[in-house]
Design a protein around this ligand. Structure first.
Ligand SMILES: [Zn+2]
Ligand SMILES: [Zn+2]
Length: 88
């Protein structure tokens, strides 16, 4: 009888079991490959091209917008060029 070491992991997005063949780990959090997508626009994300905020995944452009809206983290992005859009 074979015993697999390794715990059963649950997808952070859908809370279902993730098998290693379909798993994708980002920041020690496990997702299904198919669940690793932008919360806002549903676009597929890559490990090299995603941002997460409080456990929610966003694509880079979306995350950028979010930062502008909240403004709280903007300071850590000094050096960004002219801001487009309007502020209220
Ligand atoms: Zn999932
Ligand atoms: Zn997006």
């Amino acid at each position: 009888m074979t015993i697999f070491s390794g715990t059963t992991q649950k997808c952070k997005a859908c809370k279902k079991t993730v098998y290693w063949v379909e798993q994708l780990a980002a920041d020690n959090v496990v997702y299904h490959k198919t669940c690793f997508r932008c919360y806002h626009c549903r676009g597929t994300l890559k490990l090299s091209n995603y941002s997460s905020l409080e456990g929610v995944l966003y694509c880079k452009p979306q995350f950028d917008q979010l930062l502008k809206m909240t403004g709280s983290l903007e300071k850590s992005f000094e050096g960004t060029r002219s801001r487009s859009g309007h502020l209220r």
